[in-house]
Write a protein that binds this ligand. Structure first.
Ligand code: ADP
Ligand code: MG
Ligand code: MG
Length: 252
């Protein structure tokens, strides 16, 4: 589904990603961990196509296409979903209307008719139940005045509605209460199928108590310096990142 080869990327002339290699197959959940400033959010942003980042070398193939060649909207239409670390606020546009537009764009791209009002509502109700989101949150302006937890819930709801092939979740390093964390994780687990894949970016092991990854990768100084199974995440929780840093720094 996703193949990243020797990816290098810079921001404002400073190289942040220094040769990333990663293969993601349908049905897999990959966790990207690593100390602060190692380039995790940069990787997520480059995959989503955010313009501030310049790709200087390497390639990214998604479903047989050159992902880097697609504009951010095209990536979204092709089924790539990035839950933003800092979601945009759209005053005056409710989540419901935002989603109706986004969903119908995806459908149009697949050659499907737009959903009629009744089918859309039925789908909303079904997915609301799935990710345990409140009706009132959906009628408010998108993300305006939302708490951190509400934004996360909303992102998971958007994921449920848009049914992306590849979801990239960049967890904020700050203050998600344990209930919000559990709701996000449950949502992700329930949305998992054999056809979609998820990349979870996280600084702390905490989230991985609820989302069980198939693979864990440690990013350090712009490179994946270690990959393993979910046990690696537990080891990091116990021992921190210093041993990884030492290992990586002595081999480079
Ligand atoms: P992580 O998500 O792993 O904490 P980031 O990808 O956010 O790491 O950041 C990686 C590095 O890139 C850091 O050194 C950070 O200071 C730098 N960086 C990120 N965004 C910018 C920017 N807009 N301008 C300059 N440097 C940036
Ligand atoms: Mg950071
Ligand atoms: Mg980050």
């Amino acid at each position: 589904m996703l193949s990243i080869k020797n990816l290098h990327a810079s921001i404002e002339g400073k190289e942040i990603l220094k040769g990333i290699n990663l293969e993601v197959k349908p049905g897999e959940v990959h966790a990207i961990m690593g100390p602060n400033g190692s380039g995790k959010s940069t990787l997520a942003s480059v995959l989503a196509g955010r313009e501030e980042y310049e790709v200087t070398a390497g390639e990214v193939t998604y479903m047989g296409q050159d992902l880097l060649d697609l504009a951010p909207e095209e990536r979204a239409r092709e089924g790539v979903f990035l839950a933003f670390q800092y979601p945009v606020e759209i005053p005056g546009v409710s989540t419901t209307n935002f989603l109706k537009t986004a969903l119908n764009e995806v459908r149009e791209h697949k050659g499907l008719e737009p959903l009629d009002a009744v089918s859309f509502l039925t789908m909303m109700k079904e997915k609301m139940k799935l990710v345990e989101i409140d009706q009132t949150l959906l009628s408010r302006s998108l993300n305006e005045g939302f708490s951190g937890g509400e934004k996360k819930r909303n992102e998971v709801f958007q994921m449920a509605m848009l049914e992306p092939k590849l979801s990239i979740l960049d967890e904020t390093d700050s203050g998600l209460d344990i209930d919000a964390l559990r709701i996000v994780a449950n949502g992700v687990n329930k949305l998992k199928t054999n056809d979609n894949a998820t990349i979870v970016v996280t600084h702390y092991q905490r989230l991985l108590d609820y989302i069980v990854p198939d693979y864990v990768h440690v990013l350090y100084k712009g490179k994946i310096v270690k990959s393993g199974s979910k046990e690696l995440a537990l080891e990091l929780e116990e021992k921190g990142y210093d041993w990884i840093k030492e290992e990586a720094d002595t081999t480079t």
